[in-house]
Design a protein around this ligand. Structure first.
Ligand SMILES: [Zn+2]
Length: 121
């Protein structure tokens, strides 16, 4: 389903190489995350943008092309240097390209309150 969409939008070539190094189970999860719009874009009234992937057990903060707070990122990107991304990072990238994300506008105080939740897990 996701691959079909990417093919239709002529984006498949862009992601082929990146998808190749991610385990298949993660790719399935990536598809679910994007299609279920579990990628959230938090935009504060002061113009800050925070990307978050809502997982089954916890949420992950993602800085596109740079960073993710998940275990896979730490193990396979930071320590083992197997690849440069985890599937959450790819999910955010794909979601941006397809416009498949939910945008949530909030004040900076509200963002900090939400972030407290992210930091608990
Ligand atoms: Zn991740």
């Amino acid at each position: 389903m996701l691959l079909k969409l990417l093919r239709e939008k002529k984006l498949l070539e862009k992601y082929k190489g990146k998808f190749k190094v991610v385990p298949e189970a993660s790719l399935n999860k990536l598809g679910e995350v994007v299609l279920e719009k579990r990628v959230k874009k938090y935009v504060t009234d002061t113009g800050k943008v925070i990307w978050v992937v809502v997982g089954k057990e916890r949420d992950y903060y993602v800085k596109p092309n740079e960073y993710c707070t998940c275990r896979d990122f730490f193990l396979n990107v930071v320590i083992r240097k197997k690849r440069k991304w985890c599937y959450h990072m790819l999910a955010v990238e794909v979601a941006i390209d397809l416009g498949f994300f939910e945008e949530i506008k909030l004040s900076e105080d509200e963002l900090l309150a939400v972030a407290e939740e992210w930091m608990k897990v």
